[in-house]
Design a protein around this ligand. Structure first.
Ligand code: AP5
Length: 209
């Protein structure tokens, strides 16, 4: 299955993509994680992406289209993949159409007020990309690799507000884009539900047995 996870910042794209990756054995391709790794490594691309990410703006289309095109050509994508955070503009979606065959675009919907509280409590492992929340995490270290958990700089409240505004203008039009192609499915993640309960909804919406 070649699936896109759409949805606003903090909707749970990364959390549910990791669960689906573990279940189906197909890679999660997160452009946000790839860009953060490039920032950490201090590459030229990472340095140029840093100012956009920390301001809550999108990195230029040409940069992300290039990294996703290269990534999808890798052997581990032959049996399917989960695109997490790409495409994010209509231009990216049109480019993706030239080099990929998408089966489903899953829109994960969540209200803005829930998003702000989720992102303020999010902690991440910069080494393996695992995501936690202060309300449920056990200790300050990653359960997968033992690295310290940190708060992302772009999870500061003012930056989150800008990310939501950018999402509304530049990314939300993709809902109509994929609906028009007959590929859109929507899952409403309940704010009070646990991750596992919401993941069950994601599975059901994707038609997994
Ligand atoms: P990216 O890393 O993709 O950020 P994002 O889309 O804003 O998404 P997030 O990672 O913030 O949220 P998520 O939906 O994955 O939620 P999560 O699962 O963590 O991108 C960062 C930046 O990179 C962008 O702003 C941009 O600058 C750049 N970029 C990336 N891709 C780009 C592109 N294609 N084009 C241009 N620029 C690009 O969940 C959030 C929290 O909620 C966690 O703490 C989690 O534990 C918790 N949680 C999740 N589900 C539940 C639940 N059911 N119950 C309770 N808690 C839950």
């Amino acid at each position: 299955m070649n699936v896109i996870f759409l949805g606003p910042p903090g909707a749970g794209k990364g959390t549910h993509a990791q669960l689906l990756m573990n279940e189906l054995g197909i890679p999660q391709i997160s452009t946000g994680d790839m860009l953060r790794q490039a920032m950490k490594a201090g590459t030229e691309m990472g340095l140029s992406a840093k100012r956009y990410i920390e301001a809550g703006e999108l990195v230029p289309d040409e940069v992300v289209i290039g990294i996703v095109k290269d990534r999808l050509a890798a052997d581990d994508c032959k049996n399917g993949y989960i695109l997490d955070g790409f495409p994010r503009t209509v231009k990216q979606a049109e480019a993706l159409d030239q080099f990929a065959q998408i089966d489903v675009a899953l829109n994960i919907a969540l209200a803005d007020e829930v998003i702000i509280s989720r992102l303020s409590g999010r902690r991440v492992c910069l080494k393996c990309g695992a995501t936690y929340h202060t309300s449920t995490m056990q200790g300050e270290k990653c359960l997968n690799c033992g690295d310290p958990l940190v708060q992302r700089r772009d999870d500061a409240p003012e930056t989150v507000k800008n990310r939501l505004a950018v999402y509304a203008v530049q990314t939300a039009p993709l809902i109509d884009y994929y609906a028009g192609k007959g590929l859109l499915k929507t899952v409403n993640c309940e704010p009070e539900a646990t991750v596992q309960e919401n993941y069950a909804r994601v599975r059901e919406t994707l038609g997994l047995k």
